[in-house]
Design a protein around this ligand. Structure first.
Ligand SMILES: NC(=O)c1ccc[n+]([C@@H]2O[C@H](COP(=O)([O-])OP(=O)(O)OC[C@H]3O[C@@H](n4cnc5c(N)ncnc54)[C@H](OP(=O)(O)O)[C@@H]3O)[C@@H](O)[C@H]2O)c1
Length: 253
């Protein structure tokens, strides 16, 4: 995830100002070479960087904290911690790393192609200017949205886990087309482009999904027959339950 965010970041700011580190150093070195960033170790990042992205798994945050906490304590210049760890609050980050400004983000895989959804929250130590600058720097990764921190886990059950649900939908739409005789590669193209276009139409017109669905369901027509089958098969309940189950799991990480 950190790689995807970094690729987007260097479209807005000079790669020379980005320091990359990783436990397996070779990975960071390779990415640094590819993007023209500087390669470093975690301690140097903690000593020098203004925005410090913590790209490790939630269970590994403690290990990283013990490694860089002494460097953070010695710092005189201002810095902001950026956490992307699922299920970890800004309070959890402060407990592990110290009482510093924290921006908490919850990105999704589509950041890799500049169409991600990044949920953002901050603690009270981050200034509005710093938060704004962060949004601007990250905007090539997709859409960023400020959300009250208490809602971030619930929202990420849609935007963070959602890509997997959507791929299931694409797979099934494509299976339907294959069953009707369409070659598999074409079925994937038609299903995925249809999802992309439908989502874009909704975002750009600001219309509700219900209104857009009605606009393609002519009375007595073919599409409403398909919609009838979706209701019969319990699609809407299955998707709602998927979001709720993912949310409940996040609460127990
Ligand atoms: N993937 C997603 O779709 C997604 C979505 C939203 C949020 N996130 C969040 O993003 C974070 C990373 O997830 P991921 O899927 O990108 O995991 P990942 O592919 O396993 O990447 C984690 C990286 O952290 C490195 N690392 C572990 N301990 C370290 C340490 N002490 N010092 C320096 N580097 C260390 C690992 O290095 P090694 O190469 O040595 O293992 C690895 O490259 C998680 O907190 C996750 O909750 C991920």
């Amino acid at each position: 995830m950190a790689c995807a965010l970094c690729e987007a970041l260097v479209k807005n700011i000079s790669p020379k100002t980005v320091l990359l580190s990783n436990r397996t150093a070779q990975k960071a070195e390779n990415l640094a070479k590819k993007l023209g960033c500087e390669f470093a170790d975690s301690k140097s990042v903690a000593e020098k960087c203004r925005y410090i992205f913590l790209g490790v798994k939630p269970q590994t945050l403690g290990e990283l904290a013990s490694e860089i906490r002494p460097c953070l304590e010695k710092r005189e210049s201002r810095f902001i911690l950026v956490s992307m760890a699922a299920g970890r609050s800004t309070g959890d980050i402060a407990e592990l790393f110290g009482e510093y400004p924290v921006i908490r983000i919850m990105p999704n895989v589509a950041c890799a192609v500049g169409e991600g959804m990044i949920l953002c929250a901050k603690n009270s130590l981050v200034t509005c200017e710093e938060y704004k600058a962060f949004f601007k720097a990250m905007d090539k990764s997709g859409r960023l949205d400020d959300i009250p921190e208490r809602l971030i886990d619930a929202a990420s059950a849609v935007s963070g886990c959602g890509p997997a649900f959507v791929y299931e939908v694409i797979e099934s739409l494509a299976d339907g087309a294959v069953a009707c005789g369409v070659p598999r590669d074409k079925a994937y193209l038609y299903a995925s482009q249809t999802l992309l276009g439908s989502a874009k139409l909704m975002l750009e017109t600001g219309k509700t999904p219900a209104a857009l669905k009605d606009s393609v369901c002519s009375p007595g027509g073919t599409t409403i027959q398909g919609v009838r089958k979706l209701h019969e098969g319990g699609l809407s309940s299955a998707l709602m339950e998927a979001v709720i189950a993912s949310y409940e799991k996040t609460l127990n990480i």
